[in-house]
Design a protein around this ligand. Sequence first.
Ligand code: UD1
Length: 339
Amino acid sequence: MKILVTGGTGFIGSHTVVELQAKKHDVIIVDNLSNSSADIVDKIALISGIKPELEVFDLTDKDLTSDFFKRHNDISGIIHFAAFKAVGESVQKPLLYYRNNLESLVNILQGMKDNNIKNIVFSSSCTVYGQPDELPVSENAPIKLAESPYGNTKQISEEIIKDTVKATDINAVALRYFNPIGAHKSAIIGELPIGVPNNLVPFITQTAIGIRECLSVFGDTYETPDGTAIRDYIHVVDLAEAHVIAVDRMINNKMKNNYEVFNLGTGNGYSVLEVINSFEKVTGLKLNYKIVDRREGDITQVWANPDYSNNELGWKAKKGIDEMTLSAWKWEQALANNK
Ligand code: UD1
């Protein structure tokens, strides 16, 4: 089956391409390389033995997107990752985020409708739940007012998709990710943050390798056992596997509804200090960190109720926190060795 992966040279996208290829899918990537590079397809080929096709253009370009779908109307399913994802940047540049994340989605849905392409998996986020009233958080928890334009693009995208599914033959699955971390076990692909990382684990590994001096732990006065904020970290390969299952479910007409939503998390919450402890334990290193003020917009704690995904998709995250932090470290070391 031919699967289009938008943003397929990015962090989650590249790991998903590898898992799709392992299940014998034929992958074509569309990416504008705004936050990645073309040589990722060679890295993917090093792992899988197959170099995926890559077309470099911007999906916010209506004419180029329309032309692409005319040339590739034999696509069985789309996994749509291509989007901007930096929360802080989205507050500074809301129009950039709305234009990029929403126009590309509309253009893709239009291309699907015009060319009778039926299936799309959308990359959503647990950010849509805000600080949930109940934990663990299930798929039917209320959507909270978005804290950032980035979070709002995920909420609006889900609405756009839902409305389109109602009015057309298109089927969609929205996957709400918790906190994806880690890297492929080969250490050939992983997360490649440009500039100073916003996210916790790349900041930890860059500090340990000497690129950053000290990790700032954002707040230790949260109402949690050790005072630091809690998240549900999930290994990127576990996440990638769920995408393959979701797209296969659509292609094989196994959906219960034309629009489905699944949480992708482990169901376990770890505090910032617990992540640091795991990192120190598996690497034997001492991390330089200090406690600073809370980061604006951060919530206290969130972790998934993955029961619905586990039962309905027959998928379960398998890798624990130590495997996640160790794989992230091996990736950071591989990057340093290849410089
Ligand atoms: C955020 C978004 C999420 C988005 C993701 C990708 C929210 C609620 N979540 O996740 O939707 O998909 O970014 O960019 O908007 N931390 C530190 N020091 C650091 C970095 C982080 O202490 O240098 C702490 C944070 O305060 C947080 C935890 O580590 O408690 C995880 O932070 P991060 O990796 O940035 O992810 P989220 O903010 O949870």
